[in-house]
Design a protein around this ligand. Structure first.
Ligand SMILES: Cc1cc2nc3c(=O)[nH]c(=O)nc-3n(C[C@H](O)[C@H](O)[C@H](O)COP(=O)(O)OP(=O)(O)OC[C@H]3O[C@@H](n4cnc5c(N)ncnc54)[C@H](O)[C@@H]3O)c2cc1C
Length: 455
């Protein structure tokens, strides 16, 4: 239903800051972008609507980092790896002992991660502005660049003037405000479901493992979940748990089940997702207590502040990475990262099927610089979940290690652009690749930086 329109009065608002690079969003892509921009000399501000960074990993309690390896060697290195190692180091001795050498599916301790991100960003000289929502942009007269962003927070509304913008909102909010074309979901607009993740305390890990050994059930509890669905104790839908991430022997992060029909760019849908997600978490808690030894006294300590969102907008970039590129493990002359995570598309309704497509161990494909460059705007990068890809590859590219890598490339490129007042797409790719390598990113075993005139 529409209630019509109102016209707001034209108003002047204060300019609250002037910076070189503004990063919007403090998820995996945003923190890596901000740190790399600042480390490479740009005066950088990160604006985040919550009171902390971490994005899905803290806001929505996504319980673990997806693999940093291709099952043979680490392929996501650089800032992402450094942040994950720093989180491990900041956890307690038991955690460190257990996960010291783990690079795949490292559990997230959300409170530790928030603090680690605060420290890492501020040490690099990134200015942080939390509790602030970006609701519009001001375009240049020719509409080809963003002159600044318009924010709202407790202080009021203000304008932040900047030279370059990194849209790390995960939803391409800023790109959409700037008029960049995008796609959402499949041809019918169907989106992957959201999930309400949560943390359960007071659980007994050894008892749980004994139960798995005795019953032969999998760690994802396939048999037990199916039994509970047949009994009516759980709703129809996914017949296993996506993931249990043990922070310690008595605290576990849970990613289980789906909330369908949520468009994460609509506040009404997010509201329904929050309510339905919490209801589902409560039902799952009762399931755990009744069906899973070791969870009899489980206590729900926290659920996501927002339902976890897997998919919204994908921008139209200078290149659209495709499922074919993934399957053929293609490399590109302008690669800024590599990806080996499997294509993981979740069912869009309770009767649908999940799709998984793996590359063989040791293989990965390149992620070209052009997927970060939204068409039509010359001073904007979009790393992370909303980077330019088809729907199949988004099901793989969206995970946090890849977001770190794309973020690092965006921030480094913005700092490079600043040095010569260049447009985003005029940045020297060999120079960018060289800097990324010097700053510990990984671009492939046989990768060598091409001579400048080859790029
Ligand atoms: C249920 C679920 C399970 C998943 N499981 C895993 C997993 O096991 N491992 C893994 O690695 N990945 C997993 N993923 C994927 C991964 O968590 C996300 O795709 C990834 O976090 C995306 O990172 P991002 O930086 O692009 O965006 P986000 O993490 O979404 O961060 C975006 C940030 O921008 C802020 N923001 C947004 N709009 C604005 C605005 N207009 N103004 C100000 N701030 C704004 C948000 O508050 C947020 O902090 C999962 C995702 C979901 C939903």
């Amino acid at each position: 239903m529409s209630y019509g329109q109102v016209t707001l009065p034209v108003e002047s608002i204060p300019v609250s800051q002037e910076v070189d690079v503004v990063v919007i969003g403090g998820g995996a892509s945003g923190i890596a972008a901000a740190i790399s921009a600042a480390n490479n000399g740009a005066v950088t501000l990160l604006v985040e609507q919550r009171g902390y960074m971490g994005g899905m990993g803290t806001v929505s309690l996504v319980p673990a980092f997806c693999p940093f390896t291709d099952k043979e060697k680490p392929i996501i290195r650089g800032i992402g790896m450094e942040l994950m190692e720093r989180m491990k180091h900041a956890c307690n001795a038991d955690y460190r002992k257990e996960y010291e050498h783990t690079l795949d599916w490292v559990p997230i301790d959300p409170e530790v991660l928030k603090r680690v991100y605060d420290d890492a960003a501020t040490e690099s000289g990134v200015a942080l502005l939390y509790h602030t929502f970006v609701y519009d942009v001001l375009l240049s007269e020719d509409k080809k660049s963003i002159e600044g962003i318009i924010v709202v927070n407790k202080t009021g509304r203000s304008f932040i003037r900047c030279r370059y913008v990194i849209d790390a909102t995960g939803d391409a909010d800023i790109a959409a405000m700037a008029g960049v074309p995008f796609q959402k979901g499949d041809e019918q607009g169907e989106l992957q479901p959201g999930s309400m993740c949560y943390l359960l305390a007071n659980v007994d890990r050894s008892k749980f493992h004994r139960f798995l050994e005795e019953t032969g059930d999998t760690g994802q509890l396939h048999k037990t979940v199916e039994r509970a669905i047949t009994d009516g104790a759980l709703p129809e839908g996914r017949k296993s748990i996506s993931g249990l991430a043990w922070v310690n022997d008595y605290l576990v992060g849970v990613n289980f089940g789906h909330v369908f029909g949520i468009d994460g760019t609509k506040a009404e849908d997010l509201t329904r997702g929050a309510i339905e997600g919490r209801r589902l978490a409560e039902r799952q808690l009762q399931f755990f207590r009744a069906y899973v030894p070791g969870f009899e006294k489980a206590h729900l300590v926290a659920s996501g502040e927002q339902v976890g969102i897997r998919e919204t907008r994908r921008i139209q970039g200078d290149y659209v990475l495709t499922g074919d590129d993934f399957m053929e493990a293609r490399s590109f002359p302008d690669d800024i990262a590599r990806n080996a995570y499997y294509i993981d598309i979740h069912l869009a309704n309770s009767k649908g099927n999940m799709t998984f497509t793996h590359l063989p161990p040791g293989q990965s494909h390149g992620v070209p610089y052009r997927v970060l460059l939204p068409v039509g705007i010359d001073n904007l990068w979009v790393p992370g979940r909303a980077a330019s890809s088809d729907r199949a590859v988004q099901g793989s590219l969206r995970v946090m290690p890849n977001c770190f890598a794309m973020g690092q490339a965006s921030g480094t490129a913005a700092a490079l652009a600043l040095r010569t007042s260049a447009k985003s797409r005029d940045v020297s790719v060999p120079q960018l690749q060289q800097l990324l390598l010097e700053q510990h990113a990984w671009l492939g075993e046989d990768f060598t930086v091409p001579a400048a005139d080859e790029a």
